[in-house]
Design a protein around this ligand. Structure first.
Ligand SMILES: [Zn+2]
Length: 385
C-alpha cells in the first residue's frame, strides 16, 4: 500500500505550476562500468526536449526542466559513480522552479523511463511499493536473535544479539537430582528473559515501521514459545513461520522469506478483493469500474484505490487542476482550461487519490469482475436525488 506519508513532498506539488520531471533509472552493474547510464540519460533528455510538448512550454518552464536535467546528471555523477554503491535503481522527482527534489533508491531493478508532466509519474513507484511491502523477519534461538527488515528489496538488520552469559547446557549425569533441576530452572529463566527482550524489541520496531507482515524463523519449538510472548499488536501481523536452523546463512533465510511473502501477498489480495465484492454487493462503501471510481475521487470519497497492475485507460485531464474526465469535453468545469488527452489517465487518478490523503493498492491478480479498478469509500455511495 502506498500512502500520502511516503510521498509527502511530491504530493505538495500543485499541478498548476511548472511541469515536474519524473525519472526512473536502472543501474546494470556491468553497464555502469562503461558509464552507459549517462548515455541513456542524455538520450532521454534529448528525446524529451525534441517533443512538441516541451517546445510548446513557456520559456520559464523549459528553463526549469533544463535545470532538472542538470541536477539529475550532477547527482548521478556525484552519488552513483562511486564504487561500492550497489543500489539497483532510483526514482527522482524534480521541479527546479518549485525547489522540489525527491529521490528514492531501490534494491531491485526498475524499468528506465522519464516523464515530464503536470503531475509526477507515480505508477512505477506505487507498483514497486506494492510488490515489495515492508516485512520483518524475527529469527530466534535460545541464546541468539536477529530482527531483519525487508523493504523495497533492501535488507536492514535492526537487532543482532548473542547472549554470551547464557549458562552452559546441563550435561546428563553431571549433577545430582536437586542441583540439576535448579540449574535447568536457571537456564529456563535466562532463555525466557532473552525471548522477552526480543519480543519487546519487536513491539518497538512494529510501532516504528508498521510492518505489513512479520515472519518468525527458527526451530519450531522455540518459535511456539516465543510467539506466546509477543504483544498482540505484533502477533496480529505474524503471517507465517520460517523453519530454519539457527546457523542457517542469511541468504537461505531470505530465500524462504521471499517465498512466503508471495503467498502472503496472494492471500492479502484475495481478502481485499472479496471485501470489495461485499461492499459493492451491499451497496455500501465500495465501487468498481473507472467512471464510478473517478466520480468518487472527485467527491473526495475514496479511502483506498485498487488498480489492477497492467490496467491503463485513456482519458482527459486538466493541466491546471488535474480534474479528470472519461469522455472528451472541451473545457475543465472548474477553471475553463482546455483538457488534454492522455493514454494512461490511471496515473493521474493515482496522483489525485494520494493527494487527497487516501491510499493506493496495485493488485497483481485479475480484477476483471471489477472492470480492473475500484475503491473502498470513506462514506457510503449516495444515489443522486
Ligand atoms: Zn481544471
Amino acid at each position: 500500500m502506498v500512502t500520502e506519508k511516503q510521498l509527502e513532498a511530491i504530493l505538495q506539488y500543485q499541478p498548476d505550476s511548472i511541469p515536474i520531471t519524473s525519472l526512473y533509472l536502472s543501474f546494470d552493474q556491468e553497464a555502469k562500468k562503461q558509464n552507459q547510464h549517462k548515455i541513456v540519460l542524455k538520450d532521454l533528455f534529448r528525446y524529451k526536449t525534441e517533443k512538441s510538448y516541451f517546445k510548446n512550454l513557456s520559456e520559464e518552464a523549459q528553463e526549469s526542466i533544463k535545470r532538472d536535467f542538470e541536477k539529475i546528471q550532477n547527482y548521478i555523477s556525484m552519488e552513483y559513480d562511486r564504487d561500492g554503491d550497489a543500489k539497483q535503481s532510483l526514482a527522482i522527482f524534480s521541479c527546479s522552479s518549485e525547489d522540489l527534489w525527491e529521490m528514492h533508491s531501490f534494491q531491485m531493478p526498475m524499468e528506465t523511463s522519464m516523464v515530464i508532466n503536470p503531475h509526477p509519474y507515480l505508477r512505477p513507484f506505487v507498483e514497486a511499493a506494492n510488490r515489495h511491502r515492508n516485512y520483518a523477519i524475527i529469527l530466534v534461538d535460545r541464546a541468539k536473535a536477529r530482527i531483519l527488515e525487508v523493504k523495497l528489496g533492501d535488507v536492514v538488520e535492526h537487532l543482532h544479539v548473542h547472549e554470551q552469559d547464557m549458562p552452559d547446557q546441563v550435561k546428563e549425569g553431571d549433577f545430582g537430582g536437586t542441583s540439576e533441576r535448579r540449574i535447568e530452572r536457571h537456564i529456563n529463566t535466562h532463555v525466557s528473559r532473552h525471548l522477552k527482550n526480543i519480543a519487546e524489541k519487536a513491539m518497538q520496531l512494529q510501532q516504528e515501521h508498521d510492518y505489513k507482515w512479520v515472519y518468525i524463523g527458527g526451530r519450531q519449538e522455540i518459535i511456539n514459545e516465543f510467539e506466546g510472548m509477543l504483544h498482540s499488536y505484533v502477533k496480529d501481523r505474524v503471517e507465517d513461520h520460517i523453519v530454519v536452523e539457527p546457523h542457517a546463512p542469511l541468504e537461505e533465510v531470505l530465500e524462504k522469506a521471499r517465498k512466503v511473502e508471495q503467498e502472503s501477498r496472494k492471500n492479502y489480495e484475495d481478502q481485499t478483493l472479496s471485501r470489495l465484492s461485499d461492499e459493492i454487493g451491499s451497496g455500501q462503501k465500495g465501487i468498481s469500474g473507472f467512471p464510478g471510481t473517478l466520480n468518487a475521487q472527485q467527491r473526495g470519497q475514496i479511502d483506498t484505490l485498487l488498480v489492477q497492475e497492467d490496467f491503463s485507460t485513456k482519458g482527459y485531464y486538466c493541466p491546471n487542476c488535474n480534474f479528470l474526465a472519461v469522455k472528451e469535453q472541451e473545457k475543465c468545469p472548474l477553471d475553463d482550461s482546455i483538457l488534454r488527452r492522455t493514454p494512461d489517465v490511471i496515473d493521474n487518478l493515482i496522483f489525485n487519490v494520494l493527494k487527497q490523503g487516501a491510499s493506493v493498492e496495485m493488485i497483481s491478480q485479475e480484477m476483471d469482475r471489477f472492470d480492473n479498478v475500484g475503491a473502498f469509500l470513506r462514506f457510503p455511495f449516495q444515489k443522486s436525488e
